[in-house]
Design a protein around this ligand. Sequence first.
Ligand code: DQA
Length: 150
Amino acid sequence: MGKPIHVLSGPNLNLLGTREPEIYGRETLADVQARCEARAAALGHAIVFRQSNHEGQLIDWVQEARTEACALIINPAGYGHTSVALLDALKTLAIPIIECHLSNPAAREAFRRETYVSLAATGLVSGFGAASYELAVEAAAGLIGARASA
Ligand code: DQA
């Protein structure tokens, strides 16, 4: 097995399952992690799954992915809409970056319609609840496979 796919989740996603369940669903972050691990394993990949409420920690993990990951999936949560520093870190990566959201931010408040992360992302999955993460794993695996056979 090659390098793992890194999956990062930003602030408040540790509260998944109880935080605004009408928007984000009732599955916990542990449930989401289990989904990602199962889907990745079926596709022949390992997962490193992490969550932080701290911008600097997320940036450190993005930098780590430069050498330790074959692809990065990131749900930046609120930082997606605010963090130039996170965008700058993402721009240093040469691996595929999948931006992932449980909700569809484009259909919500105006301030959610743009994310800085999109400027660095290879692609975006949003609006499918916990399944967004699984779809992102599938997309990442597909991109890695395409690169390997190029
Ligand atoms: C979110 C959408 C963001 O706008 C919000 O700040 C979040 C979660 C999502 O997964 O739908 O915290 O990234």
